[in-house]
Design a protein around this ligand. Structure first.
Ligand SMILES: *[C@@H]1O[C@H](CO)[C@@H](O)[C@H](O)[C@H]1NC(C)=O
Ligand SMILES: *[C@@H]1O[C@H](CO)[C@@H](O)[C@H](O)[C@H]1NC(C)=O
Ligand SMILES: *[C@@H]1O[C@H](CO)[C@@H](O)[C@H](O)[C@H]1NC(C)=O
Ligand SMILES: *[C@@H]1O[C@H](CO)[C@@H](O)[C@H](O)[C@H]1NC(C)=O
Ligand SMILES: *[C@@H]1O[C@H](CO)[C@@H](O)[C@H](O)[C@H]1NC(C)=O
Ligand SMILES: *[C@@H]1O[C@H](CO)[C@@H](O)[C@H](O)[C@H]1NC(C)=O
Ligand SMILES: *[C@@H]1O[C@H](CO)[C@@H](O)[C@H](O)[C@H]1NC(C)=O
Length: 644
C-alpha cells in the first residue's frame, strides 16, 4: 500500500507541474487515484447519477470572490471510519486509509462510494502539490462545507478546526507546506447529527429517518480548493446594491486592524460604469447612475472587481431594494418600492444519489429552472444552506430566496425520569452556538441579491419558549443585515417578532385570513400576512420513482392527503391554489410557499418525484393558476380591503 501511494505521489507531482493551477485537477492523477472508487447503487437514482464520475463539481466554487488562480482538490480521496472522538488524538499520518471516497459527498450517499450509516467519526486524506508558479505566495485551503466539525492536518501538523456543517472556511496553510513535494492533507470529521445529547443545527437530517425527517449527511460535502494569495489579502467582500444605484461595500482583509486603500469597479458588458476607492475593513458607499434594476422578471446583474494591492477578485451584484410598506392599508413586502407577491416552493435540496450534495451543478439548476418555468418567483430554501452556485443560479434566473436557518433537532422529545416527555431544546451553550452559526449564515450569504428574507425558526423546532429568544435574534439579524426582511418564526410559536405573520396549514391555506387553526396564530395586521407552508398533497406514483427503502415506504401513509391519481393531484392542487387566490383578493395574503419542489424519501408530495424523472404538475394549469395569484395581488394595489 505504501508503494502504491508513492507511485500516486510521483504521478501527481509530474502532472501537477505540467498543468499549473487555474482550475481542475490534473486528469491523469484523478484516474490513478480513482482506481478503487466505485459508485454504490443508491435506493433511487437521478438522470445525473451516472454523469458524476470522479471529477465532481469542477466549477469554480466561490462566484462572489473569484481569483484567477486556483486548483480544485475535489475527486477521489481516501477514507477510514473511526470509532470515537478521541481518534483525533492519534492521526493516521502517512497511512493508507483503506477505502476510497468521492469528495465532495455525504458518506451516507451512493455517490460517496461508502453509503454508510452512523458515520459519526471519520478520517479523510488526499495529497496535493503546489504549482511552482505559486512560489513565494501564501496558500489558502478552502472548504465549502464539512458536516459537522473538521480538524485539518497538513503534513502532520494541525492547521485548523471548524465547527458548523453548512459554512465555508479558509485556512492559510503556508507554514505547513513542503516546497516542491507532495503535501499530505488529513481531515478528521465528527458529525453527531442527533446522537445523544447533541443539539446542533441539522435541519432535516436525523440518524433515525422517518417520514419528514431524512437520511443525514456526514463529511466533506462541498468543494475543496487551494489558491495562492499575498500575505495581506482580501478575505471577504460584502456588497449591496440598491434601487437608487447606491453600492454599499465592505472589503475585509487579512489584517483587520490596518486600513488599506481598496478599489471597487462596477462593469456592465465589459464597460466600466463606476469606480471608487475607499478604506478596507469599513463600509463605504458610491453610486451607479440609473442602473438596470434586479427583479425576478429582469434579473440584471453587474460584474464587480475589487482590488487591493496585487490582489484582485471578481464579484457581482444586483441593484434592488427589499423593504416593507403599507399599500392600501395592508402591510406588504416591497421589491424596488412595489408590492411583490412572493410565491415559491419549499425546497429541501435532498437528492436520492447525493443526499445533501446535488449530483452535478446541472442537476441543481434543473430544479430551479422547473420552478422558474412554471412561474414561481421565489424559492424557500428549507432548513438547509446550499453551495454558493445555488444562490448565483437564483440571482441569474430571477428567483427570490427565502433562506431558513437550519433547525436544531427538529420536533424531538425525550422521556424524563417521571415518564413525562419534554421537547429537546438547546441549553444556554447550545443556544449560543446556534446564534454564532446564525451569524455565519447571514455574514456568508448577505451579498447574494436574490436573498430577500431570513428565517430564524421553523415550526418551533429548537425554539425555546420559556423566554422568547426570537426577539433578540431578530435584532441581531437586523443589525448584521439591515437590507432584508426577517421571518422570525415561520409556523407555530409566534410571539410577534419580525416582519411576518406567517401561517403553516395543510393542505389548504389560511393566508392573512380572519380564521386560523391549531399551532398557528391569528393574522396580525401590523406585519406581512404570509402562508409559509401549505399544499403537501401526496401521490404514491409507483415503485420506480420511490426511494426504495421499506422503512421509508412504510411512512407514506403519514402524508396529510393522498391523491390516488396524478389527475386527482392536479385537481386538488387547482382547488388549493384557487383558494389562495381568493384569500389574496379578499384578505391580506402577501405570498405563499407550496410544499414542495420534489418528493423526499418517504414524503411523496413533490411537484416532481424524488428522482426528478416525473413531473406531477399539469404545466398549463399550474402556470395559469400561478399567474392568477400575481394578478389577484396586483389587483390589490389600489383596491380597498374587503372582508367577510
Ligand atoms: C463506523 O463505525 C461505527 C462504530 O464505531 C459503526 O456503527 C458504523 O456502522 C461504521 N460505519 C461504516 C461506514 O463503516
Ligand atoms: C452599509 O452596510 C453595513 C453593513 O454591511 C451597514 O452597517 C451600513 O449601515 C450600510 N450603510 C449604508 C449607508 O447603507
Ligand atoms: C487587532 O486589534 C485587536 C483589538 O485592538 C487585537 O485584539 C488584535 O490582536 C489585533 N489583531 C491583529 C492581527 O493585529
Ligand atoms: C460578467 O462577467 C462574465 C464572465 O467574466 C461574463 O460572462 C458576463 O457577461 C459579465 N456580465 C456583465 C453584466 O457584464
Ligand atoms: C402505515 O403503514 C405502516 C406499515 O405498513 C403501519 O404499520 C401503520 O400502522 C400504518 N399507519 C396508519 C396510520 O395507517
Ligand atoms: C406506495 O407504493 C408502494 C410501492 O408501490 C407500496 O409498497 C406502498 O404500500 C404504497 N403506500 C401507500 C400508502 O400507498
Ligand atoms: C394606484 O394608485 C397609484 C397612486 O395612488 C396611482 O398612481 C395608480 O395609477 C393607481 N393604479 C391603478 C391601477 O388604479
Amino acid at each position: 500500500m505504501q508503494l502504491l501511494r508513492s507511485f500516486v505521489f510521483s504521478f501527481l507531482a509530474a502532472t501537477a507541474v505540467a498543468r499549473p493551477g487555474s482550475g481542475g485537477r490534473p486528469e491523469a492523477a484523478i484516474q490513478a487515484r480513482g482506481a478503487k472508487y466505485a459508485l454504490k447503487e443508491p435506493p433511487l437514482t437521478t438522470p445525473w447519477t451516472d454523469k458524476v464520475g470522479v471529477d465532481p463539481w469542477p466549477e469554480y466554487p466561490r462566484p462572489q470572490m473569484q481569483r484567477s488562480q486556483w486548483q480544485n482538490l475535489n475527486g477521489v480521496w481516501q477514507y477510514q471510519n473511526a470509532s470515537s472522538l478521541s481518534a483525533v488524538q492519534n492521526p493516521p499520518f502517512g497511512q493508507d486509509l483503506g477505502q476510497e471516497v468521492l469528495i465532495p459527498s455525504c458518506l451516507e450517499s451512493g455517490l460517496s462510494g461508502i453509503q454508510g450509516s452512523y458515520t459519526l467519526y471519520s478520517w479523510f486524506s488526499t495529497s496535493f502539490q503546489v504549482p511552482s508558479e505559486w512560489k513565494g505566495d501564501n496558500l489558502l485551503l478552502n472548504f465549502g462545507a464539512v458536516d459537522y466539525e473538521a480538524t485539518v492536518f497538513v503534513n502532520g501538523k494541525k492547521a485548523g478546526f471548524h465547527r458548523g456543517g453548512y459554512f465555508r472556511f479558509t485556512l492559510d496553510v503556508t507554514q505547513y507546506l513542503k516546497e516542491g513535494q507532495e503535501n499530505e492533507l488529513l481531515v478528521f470529521v465528527h458529525d453527531p447529527t442527533d446522537d445523544g445529547d447533541y443539539v446542533i443545527p441539522i435541519g432535516k437530517q436525523t440518524l433515525r429517518p422517518s417520514h419528514i425527517f431524512y437520511t443525514p449527511c456526514s463529511g466533506i460535502w462541498q468543494s475543496v480548493f487551494i489558491e495562492p494569495v499575498q500575505a495581506n489579502h482580501i478575505t471577504g467582500v460584502d456588497l449591496d446594491g440598491n434601487m437608487d444605484g447606491q453600492v454599499n461595500v465592505t472589503v475585509h482583509t487579512t489584517n483587520m486592524n490596518v486600513t488599506t486603500n481598496v478599489q471597487v469597479t462596477v462593469h456592465e458588458n465589459g464597460d466600466v460604469v463606476a469606480t471608487h476607492s475607499g478604506p478596507s475593513n469599513q463600509p463605504f458607499q458610491f453610486k451607479v447612475d440609473s442602473p438596470k434594476l434586479w427583479s425576478p422578471s429582469s434579473p440584471n446583474l453587474y460584474n464587480v472587481t475589487v482590488k487591493m494591492g496585487k490582489d484582485l477578485v471578481q464579484s457581482y451584484t444586483g441593484f434592488r431594494t427589499i423593504s416593507k410598506g403599507t399599500v392600501d392599508g395592508v402591510v406588504r413586502p416591497l421589491l424596488n418600492g412595489e408590492f411583490i407577491f412572493m410565491f415559491g416552493t419549499l425546497d429541501q435540496g435532498f437528492w436520492p444519489d447525493g443526499i445533501y450534495t446535488p449530483p452535478t451543478k446541472e442537476a441543481m439548476v434543473y430544479d430551479l429552472q422547473v420552478l422558474k418555468s412554471l412561474g414561481f418567483n421565489m424559492v424557500r430554501k428549507h432548513i438547509k444552506v446550499e453551495n454558493e452556485l445555488f444562490y448565483q443560479a437564483c440571482d441569474e434566473l430571477g428567483l427570490l430566496v427565502i433562506q431558513d436557518m437550519p433547525a436544531l433537532r427538529p420536533s424531538q422529545s425525550k422521556t424524563l425520569a417521571n415518564c413525562a416527555t419534554e421537547a429537546i431544546l438547546p441549553d444556554p451553550a447550545q443556544q449560543k452556538e446556534f446564534t454564532r452559526q446564525l451569524e455565519l449564515l447571514i455574514n456568508q450569504h448577505k451579498s447574494f441579491p436574490s436573498i430577500a428574507t431570513w428565517v430564524i425558526y421553523n415550526e418551533g423546532w429548537g425554539q425555546i419558549t420559556t423566554y422568547y429568544p426570537e426577539f433578540e435574534l431578530t435584532e441581531l439579524v437586523k443589525q448584521l443585515d439591515p437590507t432584508r426582511l426577517i421571518d422570525s418564526t415561520t409556523g407555530w410559536y409566534d410571539h410577534g417578532a419580525g416582519d411576518f405573520s406567517d401561517n403553516h396549514h395543510y393542505a389548504n391555506p389560511q393566508c392573512g385570513t380572519p380564521f386560523y387553526s391549531i399551532n398557528s396564530s391569528p393574522y396580525d395586521e401590523t406585519r406581512i400576512g404570509f402562508q409559509g407552508e401549505f399544499g403537501g398533497l401526496g401521490n404514491n406514483v409507483s415503485i420506480e420513482h420511490l426511494w426504495n427503502n421499506q422503512a421509508a415506504i412504510n411512512t407514506i401513509n403519514q402524508t396529510y392527503e393522498i391523491d390516488t391519481t396524478i389527475d386527482a393531484w392536479n385537481y386538488r392542487s387547482h382547488l388549493l391554489l384557487s383558494e389562495l387566490e381568493d384569500q389574496v383578493k379578499r384578505f391580506a395574503c402577501s405570498g405563499g410557499v407550496w410544499t414542495q419542489t420534489t418528493d423526499v424519501e418517504g414524503e411523496v408530495n413533490g411537484l416532481m418525484t424524488y428522482d426528478r424523472r416525473l413531473k406531477r404538475v399539469d404545466e398549463d394549469q399550474w402556470k395559469s393558476d400561478i399567474q392568477a395569484l400575481y394578478k389577484a395581488a396586483s389587483g390589490r394595489r389600489n383596491a380597498t380591503m374587503s372582508s367577510l
